[in-house]
Design a binder for this molecule. Structure first.
Ligand SMILES: [Zn+2]
Length: 257
């Protein structure tokens, strides 16, 4: 895979990131993500096209709404840049493999879910289940084209296993692990399962590891246990790192015995 191709998909990621900002803002509020067009959350004035260019408009407007001067959150350009990065790395990982579109869907969904979980401590099923369904379709098409139909079975197995493990943890400690995390585990298990059982284990373990490190760091920085960190962003990070680096990591790990 050439760098220009990964670069163009990254630029496409900026536009998708712009759409994800709409999803992050509207889905938890139960609003439509299609209409009306983008508008200022404070004064409601619709954005003109030139004020709606990813990252660039935020810089040109000096981080304020043109109509009411309300500061525009840095979350908007951050989500756009992060989506560009995730799309670029995912394209570098899969190249022209037909499964690329499925994993771009996963990347975009994980960014939106992580941002919503950080802000509101929820992982909306209105995002998780539609992405699960369309992801299963895209993975099945890729498996059919690649003639790797067994991948669909490990994907479904990965989803079921991840759901079961997280459901048991949720059942034992419902306050420590919300049901949203259980749903997210199923979604991650589906995609990582397409890559293999080792990826499912590595991705979920990676999420726990990152969450534990951040939890200890937060405690040491003096945050109380009550303001516990949401787990979704760490699960998302563990999953994406496993998509990109799972092959070499598992190869090294299995080769060490
Ligand atoms: Zn405004």
């Amino acid at each position: 895979m050439t760098i220009p191709v990964a670069g163009s998909v990254a630029v496409f990621g900026l536009l998708i990131g712009s759409f994800l900002n709409v999803v992050i803002h509207r889905v938890p509020a139960g609003e439509s993500i299609v209409s009306p067009g983008s508008r200022c959350p404070r004064c409601g004035v619709g954005l003109r096209a030139r004020d709606n260019v990813p990252v660039v408009s935020w810089l040109l407007l000096r981080r304020r709404c043109r109509s009411c001067a309300e500061p525009i959150s840095a979350r908007y350009p951050a989500v756009e840049l992060l989506t560009a990065l995730v799309f670029g790395l995912t394209t570098a990982r899969f190249g022209r493999d037909p499964v690329l579109s499925a994993f771009l869907l996963l990347g975009g969904a994980l960014i939106a879910l992580a941002a919503i979980d950080l802000e509101l401590r929820i992982l909306p099923k209105r995002i998780v289940w539609p992405v699960f369904g369309s992801g299963l379709v895209l993975l099945s098409v890729a498996a059919f084209v690649d003639q790797e139909l067994g991948n669909v079975l490990t994907a479904l197995g990965g989803a079921a296993a991840a759901f079961a493990v997280f459901f048991v943890i949720h059942f034992i400690s419902p306050r420590g692990m919300g049901f949203g995390d259980v749903r997210l585990a199923a979604l991650i298990g589906l995609f990582l399962g397409w890559l293999g059982w080792g990826h499912v284990a590595l991705g979920l373990f990676g999420g726990f590891l990152l969450g534990s490190i951040a939890g200890v760091a937060a405690l040491m920085a003096g945050r109380s246990r009550k303001s516990a960190l949401p787990f979704g962003p760490f699960m998302a990070a563990g999953a994406l790192l496993t998509v990109w680096l799972g092959d070499p990591v598992l190869h090294w790990y299995l080769g060490a015995f």
